[in-house]
Design a protein around this ligand. Structure first.
Ligand SMILES: [Zn+2]
Length: 449
């Protein structure tokens, strides 16, 4: 029987007391257990590891989002098909009703850092463990009651909660910016959590006095928090900004009381590797490869993300031996700006909405980026998959892709009460270097015109 109090004790004890040796021994055991279970229960892993020595973990092949999505039906251990999960998500997304589970599981869709559609899946128990991990390990300020407002595109049941100590509210970023500010004012939370681009835009509302409360902490996630944006946000709100690092596949790191980001070594095994797949030293950037100890429903083993991180060489003053991340070199997109339809002024649109408008329109998109040159002009570069380039029906497909992107973008701008921009499509080879992956949505003009 799961005991949350025992879990609380463990979460704290491991973080504070375990040394590197203890951590590694624990991880070795968890890895062994997970790999064994996956090869037994997941059809995909059993054939993926065919011919490999499953006790030699560092020689097992890498997973990635494409393999995960292509093989989702055989990969998950709960007998769900990829088609039913996607259908469920699209239905939920269009009705924006995220309150229900699907067959008792949490199923969501993400664009992820690689930009392609991905399924995010967790059993109720897995979701509970992740939620408790955050509640127990996150250095919340010492106040009588925490009221956390999440500005979050995808709502999941874990993000609404009203307990004795913690209340969590959800704010929909699809609302107009005034509506977001009004909602925040009426909620009066003491902590706001959102992508740094949104927190940055909120600093202006704080300066204008339209945002009428003083949060005691801000939490940034989903995009890179650069040092200068962090400084602007902190000086404007006069409180600290902490960062969490999470992907659809794993809850990778949480901040400590000193504000440093520590890997959750007891729930995630993080390898930091160079292009040849060899480990890099602390202080050097490398690709993140995760193995998750919680998600047995969709085993995540040696899963390569598109983020690069640098592990800190210094020991953290908080005393924990869990490795601290010095820097995440991840996605840094710009917020898009819409010109208001009904009145003067502008509306901010999260880059994630634009990314989704593009990737969800076709499975034939290999790479893409978008550049906004004015509030009513958006230039979209597409690189299509090679199989489509060779197809005799290419022209029809291209027409369909453009139509679908046009519809999605129009929808997003309309929902934000903004004028629909003119789109320009450019077909080209998009560099596969890291920079191209990190910045997909750019804006060439300034926010305050
Ligand atoms: Zn620390």
């Amino acid at each position: 029987m799961f005991n949350p109090f025992r879990f609380l004790w463990r979460v704290n004890h491991r973080f504070k007391k375990w040394d590197a040796d203890h951590i590694w021994k624990y991880q070795e055991k968890q890895i062994e257990r997970l790999v064994k279970s996956a090869t037994k229960k997941s059809k995909f892993y059993s054939s993926f590891y065919n011919g490999y020595d499953i006790t030699n973990f560092s020689k097992l092949p890498f997973m990635n989002k494409q393999l995960f999505m292509e093989n989702f039906s055989e990969l998950n251990t709960k007998g769900l098909t990829k088609e039913e999960c996607i259908e469920h998500c699209l239905e939920k997304e269009s009705s924006r009703d995220f309150s229900e589970y699907y067959k008792g599981y949490l199923v969501g869709m993400s664009t992820g850092t690689s930009g392609n559609r991905g399924i995010e899946f967790a059993t109720k128990m897995e979701a509970l463990l992740m939620q408790l991990l955050v509640f127990y390990r996150f250095p919340f300020p010492k106040v009588r009651k925490i009221h956390l407002a999440f500005i979050l595109r995808v709502f999941s049941p874990g993000f609404s909660h009203n307990g004795a100590k913690i209340r969590i509210s959800y704010v929909n970023p699809l609302d107009t910016f005034e509506a977001i500010v009004n909602k925040l004012n009426s909620l009066n939370p003491n902590i706001i959590s959102g992508p740094p681009s949104v927190l940055h835009v909120l600093t202006k509302e704080k300066q204008k006095g339209t945002l009428k409360f003083d949060p005691i902490m801000l939490v940034s996630y989903g995009e890179i928090l650069t040092p200068n944006i962090k400084e602007v946000i902190e000086s404007s709100f006069k409180c600290s900004v902490l960062e969490v690092y999470k992907s659809s596949e794993s809850f990778i790191a949480l901040p400590c009381s000193q504000g440093n980001l520590h890997i959750n070594e007891d729930t995630t095994f993080v390898e930091v590797l160079n292009n040849k797949g060899e480990p890099v030293k602390p202080g050097e950037p490398g690709y993140v490869v995760v193995t998750d100890f919680i998600k047995y429903g969709t085993p995540i083993i040696r899963y390569r993300l598109n983020d690069l991180i640098t592990i800190s060489q210094e020991a953290c003053p908080c005393g924990s031996s869990f490795r601290a991340i010095q820097e995440i070199h991840g996605r840094a997109d710009d917020v898009v700006i819409g010109a208001k339809k009904t009145e003067e002024g502008f509306q901010f649109i999260l880059p994630d909405f634009i990314r989704r408008s593009i990737v969800s329109s076709s499975d034939y998109i290999e790479e893409y980026n978008a550049i906004q040159t004015s509030p009513t002009n958006l230039s979209i570069k597409l690189q299509l998959k090679s199989e489509l380039e060779k197809s005799s029906k290419k022209e029809t497909f291209v027409k369909d892709i453009e139509k679908s992107i046009q519809e999605n973008i129009s929808n997003i701008f309309s929902k934000h009460d903004s004028k629909i921009p003119d789109l320009e499509f450019i077909y080209t080879i998009i560099a596969h270097d890291f920079d191209a992956k990190l910045r997909r949505i750019r804006r060439t003009f300034k926010e305050d015109f």
